[in-house]
Ligand binder design. Sequence first.
Ligand code: SF4
Length: 323
Amino acid sequence: MEKTQIMKAKNVKEYFPIRKGIFSTVKDYVKAVDNVNFFIKKGETFGLVGESGCGKTTLGRTLIQLIPPTNGTVYFMGNNLSDISKSELRKLRLHMQIVFQDPSSSLNPRMTVKQIIGEPIKINSKLKNEEITQKVLLLLKTVGLDEQHMYRFPHEFSGGQKQRIGIARALALNPDFIVLDEPTSALDVSVQAKILNLFKDLQKKFNLTYLFITHDLSVIKYISDRVAVMYAGKIVELSPTKELFKKQLHPYTIALLCCIPIPDPKIKKEFIVIKGEVPSLINPPSGCKFHPRCPKRMPKCKEIEPELIEINNEHFVACHLYP
Ligand code: SF4
């Protein structure tokens, strides 16, 4: 693992067993993440984009060990997370945090804001109550809230304010890496913009690295440095953001990006409609998982699974159209 990399996934798989019968015998698996390889550089925002159910949230949770991988290795800050003791993993976990999609369900309705943000500090440090209060206040100010919000309950806040509380909680233990799991998709557009700018400011201030998961391509274009496109549990294209929005290689990415609306009625745009359904993750198609829907499929696409290969500088694609 290179020094510039903070996180690396090597052949990571996340399979969920499907149990049936009175003995709960494993009959099959949901292959949510299937043999994924990539790395995240220190200080960057790495975007992960794809349709609902493609495995992007599962991959984010696997990276920070909320769900240990079924197979493969995750490296974080040079440590193989499958090969360290529980106490070492516990210490490393303090450096990785997550902001969840739904701010309402991710905050305990019976706790005040001070308790929500102060709890991780109380558990993981020896600070006294007064010092914790001061730290919570500082965190609230950092995310654009103030003292008057400290003793209120989550139901007294708007969606955007709740998400700010979630962000303050994620920052409480001075993390290096944060998974942002669709953090703006439950918010109004005007609030979304403010929260995205807050993420950018915090990144500069605290030298944070983000994994930004979303299905919103405009958001990914605005916030990320590099993007990975996921389809049916696999990364099908990975590239610096500017390069990807200029030139897409994979037929799925081409179709996905042509759906971004242009706010100019004079520009006419042809939309590519991807026919067919998103494949089942229990019994995915053979070969290239996109082949039943791909307008450019060839006979070998059904037989052979394409590997993710580098075509240009840092631009990777998994498709037989490219040698
Ligand atoms: Fe289409 Fe074949 Fe490329 Fe898959 S490998 S995206 S089916 S051309």
